[in-house]
Ligand binder design. Sequence first.
Ligand SMILES: *Cc1c(COP(=O)(O)O)cnc(C)c1O
Length: 359
Amino acid sequence: MSRVYNFSAGPAILPEEVLREAAEEMLDYQGSGMSVMEMSHRSKVYDGIIKEAEADLRDLMNIPDNYKVLFLQGGASQQFAMIPMNLMKNKKAAYIVTGQWAKKAFQEGQNYGEAVKVASSEDETFSYIPDCSDLDIPEDADYVYICENNTIYGTKYKTLPNTKGHTLVADVSSCFLSEPVDVSKYGIIYGGVQKNIGPAGVVIVIIREDLITEDTLPGTPTMLKYKTHADADSLYNTPPAYGIYVCGKVFKWLKKMGGLSVMKERNEEKAKILYEFLDESKMFKGTVRKEDRSLMNVPFVTGDKDLDAKFVKEAEAAGFVNLKGHRTVGGMRASIYNAMPKEGVEKLVAFMKKFEEEN
Ligand SMILES: *Cc1c(COP(=O)(O)O)cnc(C)c1O
């Protein structure tokens, strides 16, 4: 068996320790005589798994008591509809469009009411975060929507927008648990877990309780009401049971590592190694405005398509995989999530240096 350095944007690298533990428990979870995949989600054993996962997440993120944690399905993309269906009481919401995922959410929002684009960075291929200190947010907007870390373009909000008192809704799919956050600043924090937490199939929604109401848009399916899942503690129907179990293991791993402040330091250290090299290299260049650089997703280019392709190919042969950039940006992208060891980034940079010397 040989493991590669996996720089995939998602589904992405998971801590090896977690994978080993899951493998060990595959046939017989803690004396139950069965795999977690095989057990009833209504069983006592599974109840322990999901409750502990939630408790550990609450602990890690310091989630206030007036927020619910929901483990749902449908990916982050389903939230693009679920958010307006549940929150658009005035049929109006403000969207800040900083990339493809924010744009998709904005477009989906238009199906349910007036989605107003209050800022965008599309004019420069989403390579920066617009100034959000004094936006023209409609008085009656039900919420202000952001994508906090833009997976494809590699930008991240370093300060949250001034929502002028409106509820903030954030897609944190690709920066979930990468650093501490003040949950109380948000109405909803949500993300698909397949970027920085666990296997695809689970989306975690952290939602302030007053936003969970019966008063959803007409025609909202039962399964798309936050209240349905909140009232049933994420067990209204069969949840993505195995995925939640793996997420729980990652939460424990994060706690063991020292929690989110330690993860932030580690992530800053890793990102610095790569960004410092990009800043001094004559061949490779970062594509994002420096102040807005993501700690998780690092896009870069050589400026020559053929050279980019050669790099991706040779990197793969050397054990650095999934470095090809998103088709809309081109070039390369290294996603260096929590589970990527510092050594992986150091070795990648050493490989890039060598490639630069030889080409
Ligand atoms: C990957 C991604 C999505 C889409 O997630 P799905 O789970 O595939 O729907 C949405 N937002 C962000 C920021 C992402 O990185």
